[in-house]
Design a protein around this ligand. Sequence first.
Ligand code: XBP
Ligand code: MG
Length: 278
Amino acid sequence: MSLRALIWDVDGTLAETERDGHLPAFNAAFAEAGLPWRWSAEQYRQLLAVPGGKERLLAWWQQVDPAAAAQPGLAERLRALHAAKTRHYTRRVASGGVALRPGVARLLGQARAQGVALAIATTTTRDNVSALLQATLGEGAEAWFAVIVAGDEVPRKKPAPDVYLAALQQLGLPAGAALAIEDSAPGVAAARAAGLPVLLTRSDYGPPDLAPLPPAALLADLDGLGGVAAPARGRLLPAGAAAQPWQGRVQWPDLQAWHAAWHAAWQGAPAPAATGSA
Ligand code: XBP
Ligand code: MG
């Protein structure tokens, strides 16, 4: 089965948005609301275990001020605080505060030249996706993506597979005809649970290591896609074979070869769904 679609995660995969966008936006929203909170980079790394900005805020509030978190009207306070954070985030992105990770524009261009479908499956909001694509790829870039599924558009956020299953359904493709590009453990778990082979491009906030994954889960475990300044480094994980060191700049033919090898190892059977915890 040939590779017909690339399904991209957003935060941490297209850009280091957690470090350069979401964290400062949360802190700006706290300051604006007169809340004494300022999340450090390390605190935020811990908080990222909770996918979803609104869910993250609630978990924090329950941790630091359980009495306030139990007050009636908290849901509205949370909604307003998250809306303020999204405003700070989109303003920061629109002003050029966030750059694409190395190699992302290259690979998107190669996929488009091949006529391969592009899709997005993310936990963040559609407003944030639109702001990032427009600021980093220009007007009209959003139209490059045949499908965009945002976190609030499905019942469950990552590590549940909902955004990936919705993307596949809207693409009209089986999981074996696509490939997910992810940066984090919840993201890998979500893509695996949807039966997708995954290219992992670890991000600044990605986990130091992922729970052991069945060989079929990952095509490769890299520190990025590789840019002009430096190649990506990591390892190929051919299904059923030993990991092989790899370094270079990921190109469309690499994805085709890794995807074909994954299929050959599984004779087209879908990879085992997620088993381990992310
Ligand atoms: C990462 C997330 C998001 C962002 C914050 O999404 O978990 O919640 O951290 O964005 P991705 P929101 O699947 O793209 O890696 O505040 O809009 O949730
Ligand atoms: Mg991500």
